[in-house]
Design a protein around this ligand. Structure first.
Ligand code: AMP
Length: 221
């Protein structure tokens, strides 16, 4: 990548579109997209020790303990593909995680972060989360109102025979808990990064391509 190191954090409530924007942005900038949620879901699916420790918290919509996710992020950021930049999606989610991230970047002698907060109304968040479906094979995300998918059906992607399912934490009770946990533990990070002059506030409402057009200049600027 030419010159500039992009060390990015995608902040936002569950359902704000962090994953979708992070995927587009990481492809555009040629930097790895690191989702702690994806890493944890994979560990659960594989039944590793980490997965067994994390599963209960995730199913209830609670946060996995800081020490587990900090260890995941620390290990991942030290890999060679992160040397020219990275995009963190879903980490940090608490102030202790943000402090640990600062320490890791110091140790690795890295440029400061740029933090994008995707701002979406609560009504829209609930609508997006309750209608979200994922493919069990390729991980593609769909919304039941905007695509042909149905529960138990087959992924519409060519050559993918994965089953369409709902994430266990996208059910109403877990959604309520995740939004409560977000307001309580993650929202304070908006002020934390704003006070440090690292924050860009972007409206996360509207079609994904339009949001991406707002995100890119904020990152490059
Ligand atoms: P996500 O896919 O980012 O919505 O994450 C799904 C679930 O994984 C969350 O509800 C948490 O249980 C867990 N998780 C992911 N990232 C973190 C994090 N940084 N800290 C604590 N728990 C996390």
């Amino acid at each position: 990548m030419a010159g500039k190191e992009h060390n990015l954090v995608m902040l936002g409530a569950p359902g704000a579109g962090k994953g979708t924007q992070a995927k587009m942005l990481s492809e555009e900038l040629g930097i790895p997209h690191i989702s702690t949620g994806d890493i944890l879901r994979m560990a659960v699916a594989e039944g590793t020790e980490l997965g067994q420790q994390a599963k209960g918290y995730m199913d209830r919509g609670e946060l996995v303990p800081d020490e587990l996710v900090i260890a995941i992020a620390r290990e991942r950021l030290a890999e060679p593909d992160c040397e020219d930049g990275f995009l963190l999606d879903g980490f940090p989610r608490t102030v202790p995680q943000a402090e640990a991230l600062e320490e890791v970047l110091d140790e690795l002698d890295r440029e400061p972060l740029k933090v994008i907060n995707l701002d979406v109304s609560e009504e829209e968040l609930v609508r997006r989360l309750a209608g979200r479906r994922v493919c069990s094979e390729c991980g593609e995300i769909y919304h039941i109102d905007y695509s042909d998918v149905e529960d138990g059906g087959v992924c519409p992607k060519p050559e993918c025979n994965g089953e369409i399912e709902q994430r266990s934490d996208d059910r109403p009770e877990a959604i309520r808990e995740r939004l409560r946990v977000y307001a309580d533990q993650t929202e304070p990070l908006i002020d934390y990064y704003d006070e440090r002059g690292l924050l860009a506030q972007i409206s996360g409402e509207g079609p994904p391509e339009e949001i991406a057009e707002r995100v890119l200049p904020a990152v490059r600027g």
